[in-house]
Design a protein around this ligand. Structure first.
Ligand code: ZN
Length: 82
């Protein structure tokens, strides 16, 4: 086992496979969902919305609860810490 298991610095998703990384680049800090086609980090609002929608659908949360959950999650990640 290697101890270099990475996770996305933006959304915290585990980066286990090469295709999980932005542009399939294993040296990237971010996952493919948090970056655009150039490998650049998307705006916070866009990632927040995507994560909130995901929580809403996967966990049946209300929009408000899903938004708060996504917000708390992103704010705990290195990319969005102030
Ligand atoms: Zn991500």
């Amino acid at each position: 086992m290697n101890n270099k298991c990475k996770s996305c610095s933006s959304c915290g998703m585990p980066l286990e496979n090469q295709e999980d990384f932005s542009l399939g680049n294993v040296h990237s800090e971010y996952c493919k969902y948090c970056t655009n086609e150039n490998g650049q980090l998307l705006p916070f609002e866009q990632i927040l919305l995507a994560n909130a929608n995901y929580f809403k659908e996967s966990q049946g949360l209300t929009e408000q609860a899903a938004n708060k959950m996504a917000h708390d999650l992103l704010k705990s990640q290195p990319a969005w810490k102030m």
